[in-house]
Design a protein around this ligand. Sequence first.
Ligand SMILES: *Cc1c(COP(=O)(O)O)cnc(C)c1O
Length: 427
Amino acid sequence: MMPSGVSSPVRAFHSVGGTPYVVAAATGAEVRDEDGRRYIDFVGSWGPLILGHAHPRVIEAVEGALRLGTTYGAPCRAEIELAEEVAGSYPGIEQVRFVSSGTEATMSAIRLARGATGRDLVVKFSGCYHGHVDHLLVASGSGLATFGVASSAGVPAEFTRLTRVLPLDDEGAVRSLFATDGTRIAAAIIEPVPANNGLLIQRREFLKTLRDLCAQYGALLIFDEVITGFRLGPGGAAARYDITPDLVTFGKVIGGGLPVGAFAGPRTLMRALVPEGGVYQAGTLSGNPIAMTAGLTTLRLLKEEGLWGRLDELGVYLEEVLEDVIRTSRLRARLVRLSSIFWIAWHAQEPPRSAEAIDRRSAGLYARVFHALLWRGIALAPSAYEVGFLCAAHTRAHIDHLGTALGEALAGIARDGSTGDTHVLQA
Ligand SMILES: *Cc1c(COP(=O)(O)O)cnc(C)c1O
């Protein structure tokens, strides 16, 4: 009925084998499938659910909003308040435009950057994901050429000609591109904490160099904080690194589990949008009152209850537990964590900082770990290159359970390659 049985590709278990569980219901940190099996969930719908599933205050607010109508096609109070909340939290923002997904946010931010600068080139970084915008579905070409090659069928080479792809963690590559093409670059877009191809934590110096070169050449720096915005804290990665981008994109957490994206910046740039300026952008369901209410309630709860601090503490605990498990096992791996985002870099001696540094044998090992954990009631993302998320509903007991299950799985793999689960994979 649905291609690969899913509405978004990684859900299909393609890289770990097997068949996805079909979810019947979820509350807090727990997901229940249609067969009645329960899992402690570290997927968190791939990032949005920082409060956990069906948080009572969010559900109550959404129920209240539903009774007032589901969409107006005109501004509404929750939308204005959410824009104020975002502008008051994140460095350098005066205005916010809401859309319905992260993909729309990055697509629109780049169009705005091109319109505002009158330039065409866009720089992105290998290993960063910015949604499925045609000209961002680009991988680095071979050799020294930074000309992008489409990473998806259906994207004409002509569409990717204006996209340059650079490696992360490499100031020299950024400097040399700006030296040759700097005055033609409209924008550089980057996940300041790349979390879509493992968790590739960058050095501040690298991000600072990019910031300075963009400023020097009149190019705009776009931080794609669709994952990190309001997850790392109210100021996202910008506050954590003390580096202010020109434009920022949001998604995931700001929607509180409903479909929301946003892009934002200073008024001097945002005024380039139609109708005041000439850059076209629109959306029938943009600023939808139900979605705005879920996002607003989520951000207010995070602030009121100081949940970022609690998530950081949980993250520290998770790191202690999992590092201990990894040390005890005989497998080489590194836990990488920032706040409530975590990932295990398999076969790694040091946390990788670029996509190229990730060991490509990870997928085979991870497939076994994944199924061993699922069998023990733990849901991680079904791909070695996806991160895990903690939410405010997780407890130390959940993390202990994860630690025990991972310990058993790794012991099985080290002993005889068996993980003790019944989801035996065919080679
Ligand atoms: C998820 C994600 C996107 C795409 O958002 P969608 O809502 O899935 O379209 C873009 N950028 C980053 C950094 C993301 O993590």
